[in-house]
Design a protein. Structure first.
Length: 584
């Protein structure tokens, strides 16, 4: 791809939050340039990496696309500009292992060219691939040509009036101009909403089945059932009304660049979403329970998409080893680029909730205030980490300076006292869990402190303890306590029937919750999430000096409690805090 480096003023514009439709269109053009490079790489490498039949199919598909382009360049540009085509072509720019997998999906180009011929009405014949009895026609839909057991070659012959499809023993004839009227054809589902800013998005059916999913372990739903489809359609319409009415700058950029939604399987609690750096214009998301959650998730994920294209074309930082950062939205230490991605995405989140907290109706207004406060403060704390460790280029510094400026402005906002306190303790919960999972104290320092505590010294002889990064044995899910906290913000208070300490904590019964957490760690001293709950309660209910020590060095309190047995975390924190104590 020719590097479409953004000018400093364009980076500053993007760093203010939504950017502009013109800037989003420029990013889309840059990404399409990379797609074209991937397509050229496929054609040049195909003779060495694919068999002769596959190479011939690619050449025929490319020639057909070139013919359609001469007659209707906008149509071919639309097909090549699709997030799915972007993701498919990107594999040919990657390592050989990725290209080997992409080779099995080379026929996607043939199906794409068949769509181009049908939409343009150009006379043509092209061999395509059918899988499980279905021919996928990108941007058009699915054509059922046989039983689910049928996978193989099919032929699409497009005429001015009639299109003929042959697949095994199945032969279909349909009107080229009224292709979607045939009973075997199931059109791509789309939603078109908006007045001032029109959002026109496709609901994806290609990722995971026809093209490898670029969304990792996220579970794709595929084609939606009728009930699910109606739920999605209504929820998206309601969320767009909210964005268009109260967040017009974000609505404008989303309308300019969002082309595809990829429905994901809903988790047991909350919402899951993802963006791929190789599928600009697509957002993968499970169905949220409320329109504002869908709206803010679209803002969040599209921020990732925009910055992914910027990082492809503009150098924002110099090589600087492998620094890791505390990202308040993740449970693991993050490298610089993903960390910067998170900072930019959560700028958008904070800006969304800053507006929405003034228009949300109960009980969602409490959630909006809490979310604004938490993500404003934590994103500010995150961006402050970039000062000394990020090695930003001049362009990167300009971009981050605008983010910092927008966050600084939001710090002046007035927040109701109860909502501010809820946000602060939600942030503290995440930070304690993160430190317990990811940091460990110097063993020799722990042994010294244990000896001094056991000997009854009135205070420790040292005021610092070095910490290092712990390598977790395996990824852990997000603690249930924070999920329950967010659920409770939008529900009526009720006493839980169970004695689960997470539920008791969320309901405000700190005495019973602490007892439950103590029982858990007594049976399993390695249970970091239970330790986090116990330390959180100790900090929340104790005097300020104890709170400060626990919040600054929870991993130290946990390590000492494990070694000295029956010691109370509050007593240890008080002892450590006799001179102000800190972990390094």
């Amino acid at each position: 791809m020719s590097r479409t480096t953004l000018h400093e003023e364009e980076l500053r514009e993007l760093g203010r939050g939504p950017g502009t439709p013109r800037l989003v269109e420029r990013l889309g053009a840059a990404r399409m340039g990379k797609t074209l490079v991937g397509l050229r790489a496929l054609l040049s490498r195909a003779p060495d990496e694919l068999d002769g039949e596959a190479v011939a199919g690619l050449r025929a598909a490319y020639d057909l696309l070139a013919r359609v382009q001469r007659a209707d360049p906008d149509l071919v540009r639309s097909l090549l500009d699709r997030p799915q085509t972007d993701a498919w072509a990107a594999r040919w720019l990657g390592p050989a292992s990725g290209r080997a997998r992409a080779a099995s999906q080379a026929a996607y180009l043939s199906n794409l060219s068949a769509s181009a011929a049908i939409r343009s009405g150009m006379t043509a014949a092209i061999d395509v691939e059918a899988r499980s009895g279905v021919i996928l026609l990108p941007e058009l839909g699915r054509l059922v040509v046989g039983p689910s057991s049928f996978t193989g070659r099919a032929t699409v012959e497009v005429g001015e009036e009639e299109t003929r499809v042959s697949a095994g023993e199945c032969v279909l004839r349909m009107s080229t101009r009224a292709f979607s009227s045939h009973s075997a054809f199931h059109p791509v589902r789309r939603v078109r909403v908006g007045t001032a800013y029109v959002l026109d998005v496709e609901f994806d059916e290609e990722f995971g089945g026809w093209i490898d999913s670029p969304y990792g372990d996220a579970r794709l739903l595929g084609r939606l059932g009728e009930v699910e489809w109606e739920q999605w359609r209504r929820r998206l319409a309601a969320s767009w009304e909210l964005l268009e009415g109260h967040h017009p700058e974000y609505a404008a950029t989303l309308a300019a660049g969002l082309r595809c939604l990829v429905p994901l399987t809903s988790p047991a609690q909350g919402t899951v979403s993802a963006t791929s750096s190789t599928a600009f214009g697509a957002v993968a998301i499970s169905l949220p329970a409320e329109p504002s959650v869908l709206a803010v998730t679209l803002v969040h994920e599209f921020q990732h998409g925009k910055l992914s294209v910027v990082l492809d074309s503009t150098r924002l930082h110099e090589p600087a080893g492998d620094p890791r950062f505390y990202a308040p939205w993740r449970d693991d230490p993050r490298p610089l680029v993903p960390f910067l991605q998170g900072v930019y995405a959560h700028l958008g989140v904070a800006q969304f909730w800053d507006v929405h907290r003034h228009v949300a109706e109960p009980p969602w207004d409490v959630l909006a205030h809490v979310e604004f406060t938490r993500w404003r403060d934590q994103t500010w704390q995150a961006v402050e980490q970039l000062d000394d460790r990020a090695s930003l280029t001049e362009e990167g510094s300009a971009f981050v300076a605008e983010i910092r400026g927008r966050l600084r402005d939001m710090l002046q906002a007035t927040i109701p006292g109860r909502e501010r306190e809820l946000a602060e303790w939600a942030a503290a919960d995440h930070r304690i869990v993160w430190r317990l999972r990811n940091l460990q104290c110097d063993p020799e320092a722990i042994e010294t402190l244990v000896r001094e505590w056991t000997a009854g010294l009135p205070e420790p002889t040292r005021t610092t303890v070095a910490t290092s990064r712990r390598i977790p044995s395996s990824p852990k899910p997000q603690p249930r306590r924070l999920l329950l906290f967010y659920e409770r913000l939008s529900t009526v208070d009720s006493r839980p029937d169970s004695a689960d300490p997470d539920e008791l904590y969320v309901m405000g019964d700190y005495v019973a919750a602490a007892a439950g957490y103590r029982d858990i760690v007594a049976g399993d001293p390695s249970h970091t999430d239970a330790w986090a709950g116990l330390l959180l309660i100790t900090a929340r209910t104790g005097p300020r000096p104890i709170c400060e020590v626990i919040l600054s060095a929870p991993e130290l309190i946990m390590a000492l409690c494990r070694r000295v047995g029956e010691a109370d975390p509050a007593d240890l924190a008080r002892w450590l805090g006799t001179p102000p104590f800190r972990a390094l």
